[in-house]
Design a protein around this ligand. Structure first.
Ligand SMILES: NC(=O)c1ccc[n+]([C@@H]2O[C@H](COP(=O)([O-])OP(=O)(O)OC[C@H]3O[C@@H](n4cnc5c(N)ncnc54)[C@H](OP(=O)(O)O)[C@@H]3O)[C@@H](O)[C@H]2O)c1
Length: 341
């Protein structure tokens, strides 16, 4: 194999508050030889995810902390360049933990091979037919057990996961109310078919939830936490399900805020709050990918991709997730997406 140079961002220090560029170091090194079972992947799109803030911290989350000096962890979409895994061939499109780097050497069995539908653009395989769509699908339908006719409240509603959650709620025949951080984001949710929206930066969330969910909330899909979770718990129905997908409002905080005020309603209304992590569903992703693909092709699901050009921008771009600057699924174009098999 001709020598290939890998460029990578390694984690240089544990972030305090928001990520700083100095928390990362740009490195370059030759790509190592492959061992049995390994593949070399050319990274095409890197997904920037809120979870990266937790992974970079000192305290392990559902994955170990990223060791200082090692490549920053990240999901991505790439093309197999060389393979010593009989199940994968050069030219195959794959998803998996490729890291913040231009080339990844990974165990082939950790990757998902993408069977691409020619009708879908490539970015759909990170924005929707990916860990993002699987989060929305399994979180809402399995953990949330959403049923037709119910009322669904979703926070972070204009984000990658939230926008899919709300649209699947509409496909399921539910009343869907979305909470997002700008008038532009709320207008987009209305275009997507949400029944009502709340701009939490401009409107009093508690009284708006009361007004917009007159029959109470059956499923609350939580991406944010804090005051929005508080407002949701205030209006949950008997046997409501609160799907704890994310708590982005507290990822940059050293200490979490005091607990939700209306937790007593979980008791009296026999509600359930359940956290989940999408990687637990890895083996079942295909179950979600079939309907997600069909809905995309039928125009029943829409999405936006917020594309950043060039891996060098990742350390600054990742903070768009935390200040709300991202419109849609935030990702980085790491290499030429026109140069595909
Ligand atoms: N459990 C799992 O397996 C799993 C998997 C994937 C993602 N997640 C979680 O899902 C959530 C959404 O992730 P995503 O990838 O789809 O990102 P995203 O929603 O596309 O982007 C993050 C959004 O969060 C909102 N936000 C940031 N800080 C906030 C704050 N302090 N208060 C309120 N809203 C805030 C911003 O939107 P506004 O402009 O509306 O503020 C921002 O655009 C995150 O909590 C993430 O950790 C969980």
């Amino acid at each position: 194999m001709t020598a290939i140079t890998n460029h990578a961002w390694t984690l240089a220090s544990r972030p305090e508050g928001a990520f700083k560029p100095s928390d990362f170091q740009w490195t370059e090194a030759p790509v190592p030889d492959l061992a049995d079972g390994q593949v070399l992947v050319r990274h095409v799109y890197l997904s920037l995810d809120p979870a990266s803030r937790g992974w970079a911290g000192e305290t392990p989350t559902y994955m170990p902390s990223i060791p200082l000096g090692s490549v920053m962890r990240g999901f991505g979409l790439g093309v197999v360049d060389a393979s010593r895994d009989p199940a994968l061939r050069p030219g195959d499109l794959v998803q998996g933990l490729l890291g913040w780097q231009t080339y990844a050497v990974v165990d082939g069995h950790t990757l998902g091979r993408v069977v691409r539908d020619p009708a879908l653009p490539l970015d759909a395989y990170l924005s929707v037919v990916s860990h993002i769509g699987a989060t929305a699908y399994f979180g809402l339908l399995e953990v949330g057990a959403l049923a037709a006719g119910e009322t669904l409240l979703v926070s972070g509603a204009a984000g990658a996961v939230g926008s899919l959650v709300g649209q699947i709620g509409k496909i399921m025949g539910c009343r869907v109310v979305g909470v997002a951080g700008s008038a532009e984001k709320c207008a987009w949710l209305t275009e997507l078919g949400f029944d009502a929206t709340i701009n939490y930066k401009k409107e009093p969330v508690l009284s708006r939830v009361r007004r917009l969910c007159p029959n109470g909330i059956d499923v609350h899909f939580e991406n944010v936490g804090g005051a929005i979770l508080d407002a949701a718990l205030a209006f949950i129905n008997t046997r409501a399900r609160v799907v704890l997908c994310g708590l982005i409002s507290q990822y940059n905080e050293a200490l979490p805020p005091p607990g939700p005020r209306f937790i007593g309603n979980v008791l009296t209304r026999r509600a359930r709050i359940e956290g989940f992590i999408v990687t637990d569903y890895q083996r079942r992703f295909a179950e979600a990918f079939v309907p997600l693909t069909d809905w995309l092709k039928a125009g029943r699901l829409r999405y936006r991709t917020d594309m950043v050009d060039g891996l060098e921008h990742a350390p600054v771009a990742v903070n768009r997730l935390f200040d709300g600057a991202n419109t849609g699924k935030l990702m980085v174009r790491v290499s030429d997406d026109a140069r595909l098999p």
